[in-house]
Design a protein. Structure first.
Length: 97
């Protein structure tokens, strides 16, 4: 697996409590079988470029069903030939503390 994509997605037209919409996106990530890590401000997924982007596309398509305005932010870390980086990157730093 060669890419980690950190992303956040949420509607801008549904008031202040957005957790039901975020949960819909995280459910898609969970069902994708890609390794992921959910956090308070974003979700990170690890996989090949095309499969990771397909998951994000599916999240967008799900929210687009009933949201007229959506915010989607992405950050990508590509590393050729590397795998298990969601855990490995964190462990590498923790080992140095």
């Amino acid at each position: 697996m060669s890419v980690i994509i950190e992303f956040s997605i949420f509607p801008l037209d549904k008031g202040v409590s957005l957790s039901p919409y975020v949960a819909r996106a995280v459910k898609i990530v969970k069902e994708s079988s890609l390794p992921y890590r959910f956090g308070p401000m974003s979700t990170s997924i690890e996989g090949e470029w095309e499969e990771a982007l397909a998951v994000i596309h599916d999240c967008f398509a799900e929210l687009k069903k009933d949201c007229d305005r959506i915010s989607l932010s992405l950050r990508v870390d590509y590393r050729k030939g590397a795998g298990n980086r969601l855990n490995g990157k964190v462990k590498s730093v923790e080992d140095k503390l």
